[in-house]
Write a protein that binds this ligand. Structure first.
Ligand SMILES: [Zn+2]
Length: 92
């Protein structure tokens, strides 16, 4: 298991907004309308699979990472090499 660098806190807000922009429905009991279930061990938001288009969020997030020098330095290699990181965040 490869672990990612921890996401700097200041990017969490942007991640939340990004997820909010990709919600497919407004009312969701799984995530209480937040669009995410919580934060994982890498300080990354876990999108709600019930109401969020996860692929669209991931695609936008990758673009954001590559366009942000600090993030590109932290995660650039990871996103360039792994086109499809299948991470099942089951539970909840
Ligand atoms: Zn939800």
């Amino acid at each position: 298991m490869e672990s990612l660098p921890r996401l700097p806190d200041q990017y969490l807000e942007q991640a939340k907004e990004m997820i909010g922009g990709h919600r497919r429905r407004r009312s969701c009991k799984t995530c209480f309308d937040r669009g995410y279930l919580g934060v994982n061990q890498d300080n990354m938001l876990v999108p709600c699979s019930k109401c969020v288009d996860e692929e669209a969020v991931l695609a936008e997030w990758k673009e954001f990472v590559m366009a942000t020098p600090e993030l590109a330095e932290l995660y650039g290699d990871y996103y360039e090499d792994e086109e499809s990181a299948e991470e099942e965040q089951a539970g909840a």
